[in-house]
Design a binder for this molecule. Structure first.
Ligand SMILES: Cc1cc2nc3c(=O)[nH]c(=O)nc-3n(C[C@H](O)[C@H](O)[C@H](O)COP(=O)(O)O)c2cc1C
Length: 500
């Protein structure tokens, strides 16, 4: 486990998973282009140490691509052994995400090395990139710089004290204002509704940038309402997070954060400013127009000396597996929900590789137990509350298929699917609003929720088939590959054969 971002950086570097970029790079679009090309070339995480216009500023370094597109780096961030098989990792995480380890409160911490209030606050002291060309709605250095792309946005339920962490993008408006794209029904939005019902004009909010690497993953996953996500982060890393009180709002933040922004999320429409568009995770812009949104008024900034600004570039077009690692914890909460609904026989659940936050493809493996089992799984999945924007395509395979291996899944579809029986449509459901297959007219017609026609691809062997002599007494043709035992023996002797 890495206690803070700096330990994580050391860990990455020791394993050859980090490159320091010493050449001068412009925060305006060049950073984004370098990231895109680096991902295409399967490069490590990048620490930019020489950023144009950021030589004598509070923040001079930018860290990107830490977990993005790399399963190994994601496992490291979550404090797991990096050579775990993806299914082993999922099973460990599935157990840990049911546990809770409360944070410990500390009275001092590195995030307080520098403290600046009110008119001393300047968000542009940190090297915030303009990630994509039309972020903010047009080209230009004066608009569309997204300061919050990765980290944790912290709010508290004013009635119960439930602390939530979320990832909701944030665009700089000026030195002390940023727009936060908090979508309806997100947990921080639920908190905001309560403050509004109490007649408040704003909600206290804190933003931790460059926090312990486990936290952003937890923040971007939909853990149930009422669950303190600090407790889940502690459970995943099997050690409590250290938190510290904010200076100007009644909230706690990770004490080792690189940068903390404290302030108020404003409710009154006359305070709204235009935010977006932003290159979204599918690699497209939802629309090219900005829309008025709530502002986060920053009252205080605390940070480490020489802080490392941590960000993630999201959308990059279809050619880069950009969000490869984001939805793992989201998949786990889906698995938990199916378990809680009592759907039997599920042996694995995995997001397809064309990933984003609302992953459109979900692959599930089952011990096929009864007629219609795959349909039961798909309909249950589509009914899980809070997951309405995921799983446009559900693929169900037998448990012997390795669902983390695309080839194995394609093979199951090719060999076991009987299209008339195995493909089932579930039309006219709520959809993923950011999915490029949703036409703007449909988005408008559905009040922005989108519409999907969902599909199940049942690639399991038919349960109703009976054992046959030509299949050696099995219920389906048997494979001719070597036995597991023999393959294991061969693997052990591999070097002896003189093979690589
Ligand atoms: C990189 C990234 C960017 C995201 N941007 C937003 C966003 O701008 N607005 C939003 O409401 N959700 C966004 N999400 C999704 C939320 O983080 C996700 O729905 C999460 O479950 C929210 O936390 P909550 O369930 O505690 O509300 C983003 C997720 C990721 C990984």
């Amino acid at each position: 486990m890495y206690k803070d971002l700096r330990e994580f950086i050391k860990g990455l570097e020791a394993k050859g998973e980090l490159a320091r970029v010493k050449a001068e790079v412009d925060w305006y679009l060049e950073v984004g282009a370098v990231i895109e090309e680096a991902l295409r070339r399967n490069q490590p995480a990048l620490l930019f140490e020489n950023i144009k216009d950021y030589k004598d500023t509070h923040g001079r370094k930018l860290l990107v691509n830490t977990e993005l597109g790399s399963f190994k780096r994601m496992l490291m961030a979550l404090g797991l052994q990096e050579d775990l098989h993806p299914m082993q990792a999922l099973r460990i995480l599935k157990d840990r995400c049911r546990q809770r380890i409360k944070p410990v409160m500390v009275s001092s911490g590195p995030c307080k090395e520098v403290i600046e209030h009110d008119d001393k606050v300047n968000l542009l002291e940190f090297p915030v990139p303009k990630w994509h060309r039309l972020d903010g709605g047009r080209e230009g250095r004066d608009i569309g710089r997204y300061i919050f792309t990765w980290g944790a946005i912290i709010t508290k339920d004013p009635e119960t004290g439930w602390i939530n962490c979320g990832v909701y993008r944030g665009m700089v408006h000026d030195g002390n204002k940023m727009g936060v794209a908090l979508i309806e029904k997100q947990h921080a939005w639920l908190h905001a509704m309560k403050y509004q019902a109490m007649g408040k004009k704003s909600m206290p909010m804190a933003i931790a940038l460059g926090c312990p690497p486990v936290l952003p993953y937890v923040a971007c996953a939909p853990f149930p309402k009422g669950v303190d996500e600090y407790d889940v982060a502690g459970a995943i890393q099997q050690a409590p997070l250290e938190v510290i009180k904010c200076e100007s709002v009644d909230l706690e933040v990770p004490a080792t954060s690189e940068i903390v922004l404290e302030g108020e999320y404003l409710f009154e429409p006359e305070t709204f400013l235009k935010e977006g568009p932003f290159g979204e995770f599918p690699g497209t812009y939802l629309r090219l127009q900005s829309i008025p949104r709530n502002v986060f008024q920053v009252k205080c900034v605390t940070h480490r000396k020489d802080p490392i600004f941590h960000g993630h570039m999201e959308g990059m077009g279809p050619h880069v597996a950009q969000a490869k690692s984001f939805p793992y914890l989201e998949t786990i909460s889906l698995w938990h929900s199916l378990e809680d609904m009592g759907v039997p026989g599920i042996t694995g659940i995995y997001p397809g590789d064309s990933l984003g936050v609302s992953h459109p493809i979900i692959i599930v493996s089952i011990d096929n137990m009864y007629y219609g089992h795959a349909r039961h799984v798909a309909t249950a999945l589509w009914s899980v509350h809070g997951k309405e924007h995921t799983s446009k395509i559900v693929i169900v395979v037998d448990s012997e298929t390795d669902i983390t291996d695309k080839n194995a899944v394609f093979n199951a579809i090719a060999q076991r699917l009987r299209p008339m029986e195995g493909i089932a449509f579930f039309p006219g459901t709520i959809g993923g609003a950011l999915d490029p297959s949703v036409h703007p007219d449909i988005r408008e017609m559905t009040d922005q929720s989108g519409r999907w026609d969902r599909v199940l691809i049942d690639a399991t062997w038919p349960i109703e088939w009976k054992p046959r002599l030509e299949w050696g007494g099995q219920k389906h043709p048997i494979y001719c590959s070597a036995s597991k035992e023999l393959l294991e023996k061969v693997r052990q002797r591999w070097q002896e054969y003189g093979l690589k």
